[in-house]
Design a binder for this molecule. Structure first.
Ligand code: GAP
Length: 451
C-alpha cells in the first residue's frame, strides 16, 4: 500500500539533487563560485528533456516558428541600442560597517516592504523612515545602480572599442537575425523566431538554489505580428504556454497569472503577464509573456540605419512588426519540475522518497537488474535485455548495486518509471521478467518481447 505525503522543501530537493547526480554547486572542489551550478548526468538528461519538449512544442510542431542559435558575444552596439548598457541595472546598497552589498529591493522585501514600482530614491527613503538595517544589523548606505552585464574584451586589446558583454538574455540574438530570416524565408505574419541558450547576469544576490543564478539558460520566442492583431497572438501564446506547463507535469493549482500593472512594466511594454509558480521558496516568477510593441526593431532600425520594415506579400503595405515575447528560464522550469515531482510516501510501512517525473521527462526510463549479480546466467540474460531496451529507449540504466530493495529505493529517488528484474523464472521458465512501477510499486511479469 502506498501512503502519500509530501515534504517538498528546498533543502530536501537540493540534497537529493546533489546526492543523486542531478545538480552540483559550481566549482565545488575549489570551494564553489556563488551563483553557478553544474548539471550532473541525471540533471543534464532532465534539463535536455525539458528543453527538447519546448523545442518540439514551440518549433518543430508548428509552421510559424523558426529556430536560431546566435553567438553569445555580440557587437557592443547591440547592448547600447537595446538599452542594456544604460538601464540593465539593479539598486545596490552597502552595509556601512562591513561593506557587504545587497539589492535594495531585497532588503525591503525581507523587511516586509513591497518595493515593486518604487524608484531608487523612494526605496532609500523607505529604508530611512523605517530604520531598516543590513542583515548584520548595521546602517545601510544610499543606493546606487549596478549594471548586471558581465563585461569582457574581444581580441588582444582591452580598450573601450573592444568591450563586449556576455549576453544577459537570448532575445537580442533573435532581434538581430530578424532581417536575415525575413530575407531568406519571407514568412507570413505572424511568425516567430525561437532560441535556446545561455544567458549571464552578475546578480548581486544569487539565491534559492538555481532560481537566481549568474549563469542560466533561457528559451525565448520573439513573435512578430501586425500591430493591429497583437491581442490575438498574445492570447494564443498564453494558451500555448499553459499547454507546455501542463506537459511539464506542473499542477494547475500551483500556476498563477500575474497581470503586471503599468507602473511595474518596462516602459515599452503594453501588456505583460508573469507566470508565477508555487515553488518551495514561495510564489515566484517562472516565466514572462510581454507585448514589446516595436521597441526592439525600431531601436535596431535607428541604430543600424537598416530598414526593419516588413512588406505584406503582394501589396505595398509596409510597417515595422510588433513583437510578443514568451521568455522562459530553463533553471526555473527544472526547479518547478523537480519540486512537483518530489514526493515522500510510505510503502508497506517503509518510508521512501520518489521523484514522480512524467515519463517523457524522466532522465532514466528503465533500470535493468539481474536479481543476483553473482549468478553469471542471470547477469548474461539481464545484459541481453538491457541492450534491447537501450537500443529502443536510450535512457536505460544498468543497476546491479546492492540488494533489490536498495536498487528500487535508488531508482525511485531518480524517478525511473520502470525497473526490470531478471530472475530464475526468466531463464528457466517462460522468459518473463518482473517489471515494477515506480508510483504504485506494483510488480507484474511480462514477456521480454512485450517490454
Ligand atoms: N528577454 C526578456 C527577459 O530576459 P526576464 O524576465 O529578465 O526577461 C526571463 O527573464 C526569464 O529568465 C525569467 O522569467 C526567469 O525564468 C529567467 N531568469 C531571469 N533571470 C534569471 C536568473 N538570474 N537565474 C535564473 N533564471 C533567470
Amino acid at each position: 500500500m502506498v501512503k502519500k505525503s509530501t515534504n517538498e522543501t528546498m533543502d530536501n530537493i537540493i540534497s537529493l539533487a546533489k546526492r543523486r547526480g542531478f545538480i552540483y554547486p559550481g566549482s565545488d572542489v575549489y570551494g564553489g563560485l556563488s551563483g553557478t551550478w553544474d548539471y550532473g548526468p541525471l540533471g543534464v538528461a532532465l534539463k535536455r528533456n525539458i528543453m527538447q519538449l519546448w523545442w518540439k512544442m514551440f518549433v518543430d510542431d508548428r509552421e510559424d516558428m523558426y529556430g536560431v542559435d546566435a553567438a553569445i558575444i555580440m557587437n557592443q552596439k547591440v547592448w547600447q541600442a537595446s538599452g542594456h548598457v544604460d538601464t540593465f541595472v539593479d539598486p545596490l546598497c552597502e552595509d556601512t560597517v562591513n561593506h557587504r552589498r545587497f539589492r535594495t529591493d531585497h532588503i525591503l522585501k525581507d523587511a516586509g516592504v513591497d518595493a515593486e514600482g518604487m524608484t531608487m530614491e523612494q526605496m532609500d527613503a523607505a529604508i530611512e523612515e523605517q530604520g531598516i538595517k543590513s542583515p548584520d544589523g548595521n546602517p545601510l548606505s544610499k543606493s546606487r545602480t549596478f549594471n548586471m552585464m558581465f563585461t569582457t574584451h574581444v581580441g588582444a586589446s582591452s580598450d573601450a572599442t573592444s568591450v563586449s558583454y556576455l549576453r544577459p538574455e537570448t532575445a537580442q540574438g533573435i532581434f538581430t537575425n530578424y532581417k536575415n530570416v525575413v530575407d531568406n524565408f519571407y514568412p507570413d505574419l505572424p511568425f516567430g523566431l525561437a532560441q535556446q541558450g545561455k544567458a549571464f547576469r552578475n546578480e548581486i544576490a544569487p539565491r534559492d538554489f538555481i532560481f537566481r543564478s549568474r549563469e542560466f539558460e533561457q528559451m525565448e520566442i520573439e513573435y512578430f505580428v501586425n500591430p493591429d492583431e497583437w491581442e490575438v497572438s498574445f492570447d494564443a501564446l498564453l494558451k500555448d504556454i499553459h499547454a507546455y506547463l501542463e506537459a511539464l507535469g506542473l499542477p494547475q493549482d500551483r500556476i498563477h497569472e500575474l497581470e503586471v500593472p503599468e507602473q511595474d512594466r518596462a516602459h515599452y511594454s503594453k501588456r505583460t503577464i508573469d507566470i508565477e509558480y508555487d515553488f518551495p521558496i514561495g510564489k515566484e516568477e517562472l516565466l514572462g509573456l510581454a507585448y514589446r510593441t516595436d521597441f526592439d526593431l525600431m531601436n535596431i532600425q535607428n541604430n543600424s540605419a537598416k530598414s526593419m520594415e516588413y512588406t505584406i506579400k503582394g501589396t505595398n503595405t509596409k510597417f515595422v512588426p510588433h513583437v510578443i515575447e514568451p521568455s522562459f528560464g530553463v533553471e526555473r522550469a527544472v526547479m518547478a519540475v523537480m519540486s512537483a515531482a518530489y514526493t515522500e510516501d510510505e510503502v508497506n510501512g517503509e518510508k521512501r522518497i520518489v521523484m514522480k517525473f512524467p515519463e517523457h521527462l524522466a532522465p532514466v526510463k528503465y533500470a535493468v537488474s539481474p536479481l543476483l549479480k553473482n549468478k553469471p546466467e542471470l547477469v548474461a540474460k539481464a545484459r541481453e535485455v538491457y541492450q534491447i531496451l537501450k537500443k529502443e529507449h536510450g535512457a536505460v540504466m544498468w543497476d546491479d548495486n546492492g540488494n533489490i530493495g536498495k536498487r528500487y529505493r535508488r531508482q525511485d529517488e531518480i524517478g525511473t518509471p520502470h525497473c526490470v528484474v531478471i530472475d530464475f523464472e526468466t531463464i528457466e521458465g517462460d522468459g518473463t521478467v518482473t517489471i515494477r512501477d515506480r508510483d504504485t510499486t506494483e510488480q507484474r511479469r511480462v514477456k521480454i518481447t512485450e517490454l
